[in-house]
Design a protein around this ligand. Structure first.
Ligand SMILES: *Cc1c(COP(=O)(O)O)cnc(C)c1O
Length: 425
């Protein structure tokens, strides 16, 4: 699952004590394990090795350039959703041909930047967007490749904000419209529509929706081909599960077992856009306990990290396993699960310092007794943790540290007060 483990009651990221990192860098801090990133990427690459596969790591999940650099070196392409993410990829020498660009609201500037960079595929979400791409591509004398985003109307059990593959969403076009889009634009000299894109959502824990989506898309591909169109690639998007609790989601190999047999010998390149399945378990957020207080029957543990640092619990009611970075041997967690209640644990709310009811990380959660100054690790915080953080309450964003074996390096320094006001001067 990852390389964050307790040794004699002290939490380590690979071979580095997280307490030492806190001593050097302060808190809150995101700590990433390079080996975990690379492990997850390699498992995906291996699981699909029977097909021609392009793995495009989703930059928005965790896009620090130092992370993108070693991911590119390990053969990853990138799924981007903005010009800023393209800039990040280009900064580290990522191969533009292995970049896919999704998003319902690409601006002209972003499209031109992507055309100039020569990205692999524009994932197009509507006819209006396609028309605009055609106009801009003509001006640049480029013929970009287009993957049409189709939504296969597959039910995908997750938080309501996180499903994107049903009919009534702003994402993509339905299957009948897809046929028409290919008929209208399939021969267009300014763009090369030659692929289909599906992204069902995120946060699911099952393989079935992917298998169901492929089964719905394959007849569409056959139909398009029979009408004389080229379909060279199928982009299955992201949304593969991550272990927020120990061993609760299918492995890359298990997803592949469902998907690969359907796509073998179909003459299709497979594109995958994993985000959290690569990076969620590769990061923790370390925060310090500021105060412990009682309110009515409740005990609150107030931390120096807030919802501006990690918004997933507030936004999605997301579960993160939270545990002290140093514990007595009897409290070393065997498994990171929501119902872990070891003898001697207290039930508490773990909350941030921000004046919002939503500023919490866990409610009614069992935790070994902690006091002011103790460090808490928020596990599986690598995905949509730092990347969704903000300066709300004029709080500088946290530092990011990358661990590689015995060494750790600051890959993003903590923001200062000067950083906060610099754009206003
Ligand atoms: C966000 C996103 C992803 C990554 O999703 P995960 O759940 O992190 O795997 C992939 N593709 C697209 C189009 C996305 O918007």
């Amino acid at each position: 699952m990852d390389y964050f483990n307790y040794n004699k009651g002290r939490l380590f990221a690979e071979q580095v004590s997280v307490e030492e990192i806190a001593d050097q860098v302060g808190t809150p801090v995101y700590i990433y394990s390079r080996a975990t990133f690379k492990d997850h990427l390699r498992k995906i690459q291996q699981a699909y090795s029977q097909l021609e596969t392009m793995v495009c790591y989703s930059v928005k999940a965790c896009g620090n350039i130092h992370i993108l650099r070693f991911m590119a070196e390990a053969g990853s392409g990138f799924d981007i959703v903005s010009g800023g993410e393209l800039y990040r990829v280009l900064q580290v020498g990522g191969d533009p041909a292995k970049v896919v660009f999704a998003g319902v609201g690409k601006t002209d500037t972003e499209i031109l930047e992507a055309l100039d960079a020569g990205i692999g595929y524009f994932n197009i979400e509507s006819e209006a967007e396609l028309e605009n791409l055609i106009r801009l591509a003509k001006g640049r004398s480029k013929r970009p490749k287009v993957a049409l985003r189709v939504n296969p109307d597959i039910e995908y059990k997750t938080h309501a904000f996180l499903t994107t593959g049903i009919r009534e969403t702003k994402f993509g076009v339905d299957i009948e419209r897809a046929v028409k889009v290919f008929a209208d634009y399939g021969k267009d000299p300014a763009v090369n529509i030659c692929a289909l894109h599906v992204h069902l959502g995120t946060g699911g824990k099952k393989i079935d929706p992917y298998v169901g989506a492929v089964k719905k898309i394959l007849p569409l591909i056959e139909r398009l081909r029979s009408e004389g169109h080229t379909v060279e690639a199928l982009d299955l998007g992201g949304g593969y599960g991550a272990d927020y609790e120990s061993d609760t989601v299918p492995s890359a190999a298990q997803y592949a077992e469902g998907i690969v047999p359907l796509l073998k010998d179909k003459g299709l390149k497979l594109i995958l856009e994993p985000g959290k399945s690569v990076c969620a378990n590769a990061g923790i957020m370390l925060t310090q306990v500021l105060y412990v207080k009682r309110g009515g029957n409740k005990k609150f543990v107030i931390t120096d990290a807030g919802m501006n640092d990690l918004i997933r619990p507030a936004l999605y009611d997301a579960f993160h396993f939270i545990w002290p970075a140093r514990v007595a041997e009897k409290f070393v967690p065997r498994q990171r699960v929501s119902d872990s209640r070891p003898d001697g644990a207290e039930v508490v709310d773990i909350v941030g310092p921000i004046c919002e009811g939503a500023d919490f990380f866990a409610k009614d959660r069992a935790l070994p007794p902690v006091e002011r100054g103790d460090l808490l690790a928020v596990f599986a915080a690598g995905a949509y943790g730092f990347s969704m953080s903000s300066n709300y309450n004029a709080r500088g964003r946290a530092a990011e540290v990358l661990v590689d074996g015995r060494t750790s390096s600051v890959i993003r320094r903590r923001e200062t007060y000067d950083d906060l006001v610099a754009p206003e001067k």
